[in-house]
Design a protein around this ligand. Structure first.
Ligand code: ARG
Ligand code: ZN
Length: 873
């Protein structure tokens, strides 16, 4: 069944309070639920009560404390319907029995390494008890948990702890939690198990004492400190920057090892994939420290953007996700380097969202229809959704944006809101009409902006022509122009030139708003021929086609005041040559290598060391997958990969001396710190190692093995491993084995080890990956293992896309097998086929055949059949 946005109507019934009494047991957990219902004044009077339920059967049902006669209700695989409920407020008491140990879908109540935990977003609560499982039904919850003390000494739920005691006999105990804030069912959570924790007291800016704690598996408390520290920092930041204070007496974070996604913002009880909590220098990389900080912040920020203000329906998912990603990006930018964070985010946006937008799974930031909502937790909803907030801020200005946010928090607090209600706050705060801007939420596809400029030396004027177009996407053949803020500058020999123009399209702060198919802006008093610096800070999620010669791009690299565009300038130079070479014309590759090597060496000799994290980004070429996406059709992955290797190797060779002395100058002294500055130095040092490994393999191997032996942190060990994976031979295999033994008892590190091997761009990789499925640490039951090994392989451009189709067949088989136990992880993995249509005909046919085999498999989950159908559609 297709669910459509335009079919939304309010619930006929409301649930004011929920009282849960849950007696935890590995195979027979008892759930007693007491609901206080009443007719919704906004719904249909006299409507039946249709409660959602998934894989449930009721043990008993009482209506106003009287057993409900079986003739008065009916059961279906979707739930429980009471055809003629009383047309007034009444209570329901429903008992169900669950088997959390058998719940492999990791939705609802399940066990992870013996710990009871829950995941209810988007529709998991209906796997716990019968309910109106929709985000606009908000209730006050009181939850009593009971368990054997030995099995679950820790019992947590949402809100504040109101009672806890041992039960007579001393073997069992209980805890009662009360959450005063009405919430939708998707924010419910419970945890029960043996867990260690670290804790800290916190006082909010408005004076509330809060107990913060991070719970982890026994013995791992030593790895929970960074998450707790990140939590304190992001709470202060939200007070300072958005004026948001926390609103309960406790805030708990729990790390579990089996989790479908990254983490979940359950009210007062965030549950995390342990990958995004646990960190110490030898088991977490600099990247892990940064993602833990970002995701702790993301989930915490949801307390206001998601929980206090939730979504009316799941079409509004970007209302909380896009906005919360924007907030976590801003937090990380303030904690670290803003330009480096922006570059990293844009790399991710392009690789994940642009590729989604260019393929069969493209959808608007606010989808209009879905079969399975769990398939819409996508880069488009999250990352493009965040870009829309960022553009809004550029368009109306910082002050109006801040006033709009304040108005939103004030006006929509306690409600289940829509994008329209959100945007109205900014219309009021700015006095601007945002109707055209709102089109971004409805239209899928990445717009292309074509720009060209002309300097008139006599008139001292510069005319910039901008035109936009958006390619057709599934279900949207015709596209309208969108509102594109183009932040820009004109760069002369010595830097930025002053901007003046009579065109109304030029707004304050050097922003040209392109809201028509095309536009021309003439700048006056331009003293010299400028190089245009367009989309500064990546001011809009678009592709830019700009006809600038390489030497003008090189000028931007050295003279642009905008760091993002300095980085972009060299990326563009590299991308052009790689696109040409990927299409078979290698003629410009060596010249480009020389030009880039020259630019790098000047840069490395000069200012680079002032900001090593930025320098590392400069040195990192666009990935082969980015080049494939730019080529866009009839792609030969081997040609793209070959070009990428050749360019990298040529740069590595040309810069060999520079890179070696750079590495020496960046050696860290003193103990490991995950702070941005030392992490930036490691990033640059390791970027250099990668180039050396390709340019001079023997030297690269020597340096990698030395670095592996000396490293006091996982970042440097992983970089050594990654560099060695570029160099076939016995030494590589030895290092792989050594790494595997060293970390045999560290599953999260083994995930990276599995992935590093799955990413090797060689014919033998498929066999290697199949062999690694038999590694004692691997299991199809754990999402992190699957993402590491199989997800890694599916991201391997040349090997997933093998010409013989064996890569597709392998991943398709795993999708089919996995679908029987965990449909969400299976459907995510099937999403790896999202770019199949851009490949050359032979591979395209093989990918299509694999997709058809998946699609034709009997008894597929809705998750996988939806992705299969849309991928083929
Ligand atoms: N709301 C969570 C987050 O972004 C993601 C949970 C998604 N879960 C799911 N089963 N679709 O922080
Ligand atoms: Zn989120």
């Amino acid at each position: 069944p297709l669910i459509r946005l335009e079919d939304y109507r309010p619930s006929d019934w409301l649930i004011d309070t929920v009282d849960l009494d849950i007696v935890l047991d590995p195979t027979r957990t008892k759930v007693r639920s007491q609901l206080q219902l009443r007719p919704n004044p906004a719904g249909h009077a006299g409507a039946p009560l249709v409660l959602d339920g998934d894989e449930l059967t009721p043990d008993s049902i009482l209506l106003d404390e009287v057993p409900l006669d079986p003739s008065l209700y009916s059961l279906s695989p979707q739930g429980l319907t009471i055809q003629a409920p009383p047309a007034r407020a009444f209570s329901l008491r429903i008992e169900t029995t669950l088997d959390p140990g058998a719940n492999t879908k990791l939705m609802g109540l399940y066990r992870s390494s013996g710990v009871y935990c829950t995941q209810c977003e988007a529709d998991g609560f209906r796997r716990i008890t019968y309910f109106l499982d929709r985000p606009d039904v908000m209730s006050v919850y009181t939850v009593r948990l009971e368990a054997r003390k030995a099995e679950a000494p820790v019992l947590l739920s949402n809100g504040n702890l109101v009672a806890a005691a041992e039960l007579p006999g001393g073997e069992r105990h209980f805890a009662v939690w009360h959450d005063p804030h009405p919430k939708p069912a998707y924010l419910f959570a419970l945890v029960g198990g043996r867990l260690d924790h670290v804790r800290q007291d916190y006082v909010t800016a408005d004076g509330r004492k809060v107990e913060l704690a991070v719970y982890v598996e026994p013995g791992k408390a030593g790895r929970a400190g960074w998450a707790l520290d990140s939590l304190v920092r992001c709470m202060r930041w939200d007070e300072r920057v958005f004026g948001r204070n926390y609103d309960l007496d406790v805030f708990n974070v729990v790390a579990v090892s089996d989790f479908n996604m990254g983490a979940m913002e359950n009210k007062g009880l965030n549950i995390f994939n342990d990958k995004y909590v646990l960190a110490d220098p030898l088991t977490a990389s600099d990247g892990d420290y940064a993602s833990i900080e970002a995701i702790i912040a993301h989930e915490y920020f949801h307390n206001w953007t998601g929980n206090r203000i939730t979504c009316r329906d799941w079409f509004q998912l970007c209302l909380k996700e896009g906005l919360t990603v924007f907030r976590d990006q801003e937090f990380s930018s303030d904690e670290r380097s803003r330009p480096v964070k922006r570059i990293a985010d844009v790399r991710t946006l392009r690789s994940t969202q642009f590729s989604e937008d260019a393929g069969p799974l493209a959808h608007p930031v606010r989808p209009r229809a879905y079969k399975e909502i769990n398939n819409f937790y996508t880069p488009t909803v999250y990352e493009k959704g965040a870009e829309l907030i960022r553009m809004l801020k550029v368009l109306i200005g910082e002050d109006a944006f801040a006033r709009g946010m304040d108005l939103y928090f004030e006006r929509c607090d306690g409600t289940a809101a829509t994008i329209e209600e959100f945007l109205d706050c900014f219309v009021e705060a700015s006095g601007q009409d945002l109707a055209h801007f709102a089109g971004w939420y409805e239209q899928a596809g990445t717009p292309t902006v074509v720009a060209s400029g002309k300097y008139d030396a006599k008139a001292k004027s510069y005319t910039l022509q901008l035109a936009q177009s958006t390619p057709a996407t599934p279900g949207q053949p015709e596209k309208k122009p969108v509102v594109i803020p183009v932040a820009l500058g004109l760069v002369g020999k010595d830097g930025d030139l002053p901007l003046s123009s009579l065109s109304p399209a030029l707004k304050a702060g050097g922003v040209v708003v392109l809201d028509q198919p095309s536009l021309s802006v003439t700048f006056t008093d331009v003293p010299e021929a400028p190089a245009p610096s367009l989309l500064r800070g990546f001011s809009a999620p678009v592709r830019l086609e700009l006809d600038l010669a390489d030497d003008e791009l090189l000028r931007l690299f050295s003279a642009d005041s905008d760091s993002f565009n300095r980085w972009q300038a060299l990326q563009t130079v590299a991308t052009r040559a790689l696109v040409r070479a990927g299409k078979g014309d290698q003629s410009t590759l060596d010249g480009t290598a020389t030009a880039l090597a020259e630019a790098f060496s000047g840069f490395l000799a000069g200012p680079a060391l002032a900001d090593p994290a930025f320098a590392a980004q400069v040195l990192r070429l666009p990935a082969p997958a980015d080049i494939a996406r730019e080529i866009g059709r009839d792609v030969d992955p081997d040609a793209v990969h070959g070009a990428h290797r050749r360019l990298s190797a040529a740069i590595g060779t040309a810069l060999a001396g520079h890179l070696a002395s750079l590495r020496d100058s960046l050696v860290e002294r003193g103990p490991y710190s995950p702070a941005a500055a030392p992490a930036g130095r490691r990033a640059l040092r390791n970027e250099a190692l990668g180039l050396i490994a390709l340019g001079a393999p023997a030297e690269g191997a020597r340096l990698s093995l030395a670095q592996f032996g000396e490293a006091d942190n996982l970042t440097d060990r992983l970089a050594a491993l990654a560099a060695m994976t570029l160099i076939p031979g016995a030494e590589r295999e030895e290092l792989i084995n050594r790494f595997g033994e060293l970390y045999a008892r560290e599953p999260l590190v083994l995930d990276k080890w599995l992935m590093a091997q799955a990413l090797i761009a060689e014919d033998g990789t498929l066999t290697r990956v199949k062999g690694l499925m038999n590694h004692p640490a691997f299991s199809l039951g754990n999402p992190n293992r699957v993402r590491g090994l199989i997800g890694g392989f599916a991201a391997n451009l040349t090997q997933f896309n093998r010409a013989d189709g064996e890569g597709y067949a392998f991943v398709a088989d795993i999708v089919i097998a996995l679908d029987r136990t965990n449909p969400q992880v299976a459907s995510r993995l099937l999403g790896s086929f999202k770019s199949w249509r851009m490949l050359e005909a032979g591979r395209r046919a093989k990918a299509e055949a694999a997709l058809r085999i998946v699609g034709a498999t009997p008894n597929l989950s809705r998750d996988v059949s939806d992705i299969a159908a849309r991928s083929l559609g």
